[in-house]
Every structure is written in structure tokens, then in C-alpha cells.
Design a protein around this ligand. Sequence first.
Ligand SMILES: *Cc1c(COP(=O)(O)O)cnc(C)c1O
Length: 372
Amino acid sequence: MFEKDRAWIELDREALVHNLNTVRRLLPEGCRLMPCVKANAFGHGAVQVSQVLMEEGVRDFCVACLTEAIELREAGIEGQILILGYTDPADFPALIKYDLSQTVVDCGYGKLLSSFGQPMHVHIAVDTGMHRIGERAEHVDEIAALWQLPNLIIDGVYSHLCVSDETSEESRAFTLKQKACFDQLVDELHKRGINGFMTHIQASSGAANYPDFRYDIARIGALIYGNEGTMEDQVPARLGLRRVIRLKARISTVRKLYPGDTVSYGRVFKADHEMLCASVGIGYADGIPRQLSNSWHVLVNGVDCPIIGMLCMDSFMIDVTAVPDPRQGDEVVLIGKSGDLEIRACEIAHKAGVNTNAIVSILSRRLGRVIV
Ligand SMILES: *Cc1c(COP(=O)(O)O)cnc(C)c1O
């Protein structure tokens, strides 16, 4: 209810399913696709996205933290939900209550999980060079000892690639080194008779740029959403992915400005001729970067409209002089197509000096999410 009241995100269901199936074809035979729906599915809406994915047969999901996992369970998402980050021991009861899979962030943490005293599904994170989380891959004895601990149901062993998006010789060599390091650990475990766990190392760029890597699972975020990570990112086009997100808001008022009138806080915009100004009901509290103030544009009925003045928390103003008959309640497109024009999330990211994930992942919770 009220999803399209003021400002909202439209999720293109067909595009999402198309991307899902494209990634499935990209992965080696038998490799399970575990979509990454952390950070509210990169801002798209974790519940809405996961529901569509579940309808399309997905049974494995990963998220960053406990609260994200619980949100999905409470919305009825079934199957495996893997928490990629640290969970405070005080919250271990919730891992059991919601039947979640927890990452073992290092061997000491594995002992903590074990000593909680109830059987718990876990995946062991292994550090092969990113040095963010995971036990160092060389610590074979310590890692192997985790299988001796009670209560740990070890479903997986995984690592994460840190330069698989880069194609320089040095980055390719580093990625291959990470893979070799991981493979060696897995070999060592097998040699010690430790089996029955799944392996995973690839995320989006790993799957796109190293499709020959063969593991049991691939944790895929960005490719599912279809956005270019930066303006230079060729991967979505090469794979034929489609952008899932559209961001829209409504015009709340339309007014005339006369020469000399100024707009918004700080009065940085001054009208030098008579013009039409519209307020748009979305602002920086919704995740729209304040750097777009007075120097960006949006689309109204297929017409490009400059943003005038500083962005406010819940709204900003635009010049709608060129729009035929602009009205209160009209749709404004911030990301997506309008007529022949399109604004992509990566263009906004470029303007704001960040990557696309940093824009979409903070789109506010108060924006409605509508599947279209
Ligand atoms: C965020 C994340 C992913 C998904 O990343 P993409 O590059 O968007 O596919 C996978 N694995 C881990 C550990 C992550 O943190």
C-alpha cells in the first residue's frame, strides 16, 4: 500500500529473471547460484527480489548480516541463507531460531560457534589474499581441526577474490594465486579424509571473467541487478544483462519563477528569465547524492530537466519550462527511461565520484518497491 505515493523503485521482473537465467548459463554445469541480496538487495528491495528469485527456483541466498537474514525469513524466504559477516555471540540463538547459516570468520570464532552447544550450519571463510575475513589458507591444521568440534555442520568452505574485475597481468596473476591457494587447502582437507562440503570463491566479476573456474556455488550480486559497476564496465553489455532498477518520484508542486528569484537553501540558483519550476518528492535522505545539487538532470515525460538549487532532505527543484503542461503528480524519472532518454545509475555514480553499488545500495527504506 502507498508504494507509489511520493517516490519509489520499480523492479523490472522480466529483466531480473533474464539476468538470473543468463548467469545460470554462464556458470559451469552443476554449479549452484547463490544470489547475494545483502544491503537490501543492493538497494533494490531484498524481500521483493528474493521472492521473485525463489519463484524462479533459487534456494540459496547470501546476505551481509543477521538482521538482513531475519528479514528474509520473516518474509517467508526458504532455503539456505548464508550470513557472510560476523554475528555477535549474544545473537547466536537467532541463528538457530531462524535456521541460518553462519560464516566462520576465523578458527577462534568457529570454537565460539561450537561452544554455543546446538547444531549450527556454517561455511568456513578462508583468507587467500583479501585479508578481510577468514582464516589464512596456510593454516591447514587449524582449519582441519574445525571438523573435530561438536555442533558445527560444515556445509561449505569459501574464499573471496579481490581483483577479479581487473584484467591487468598483475591482477590476473593475483587472482590465479588466490585460486591456487584455495585449491591447495581444499586438496589438503580431502587428503585428510575431510569431505562433504561445498566450495565457492566467485562473485560477479569472478564468474564473468573466470567462467572456467569450477566450484559448487557462485555468490552473485551485481550481475543479478544488471547495472554497470562504473561507466567503463563492459561486462553487463557483454553478457547481455538488463538493468532491473528504475527510480521514480512525483512532482509535488509547479510554480512560476520570475527573473531574480532564487531557489532552495543557500540561494545558489537564480532565475534570469521567467521559467517553470517543479518540486520533486525525493531527496538526499532517500540516497540521492547531494553532489547532484544544481548540476544534474532528471526526466519528465521524455524531456530532460535540470536540477536547480541545492538538494533538500526530502525534495529538490527542477526546471520544467521545456515540459509540455507539467502537472502536480507527474512522474519524474531519476534512474531509467522516459521517452527516448535514459539515465543510468552508473552515470549518477560517476557524477558523485563513487561506484554504482554505493549509489543504489543506500536508496532509502521509505521508497516503495514495486515489481512491474
Ligand atoms: C558482496 C559479496 C558478494 C557479491 O558480490 P558481487 O560482486 O556483487 O557479485 C559475494 N561474496 C561476498 C563475500 C561479498 O561480500
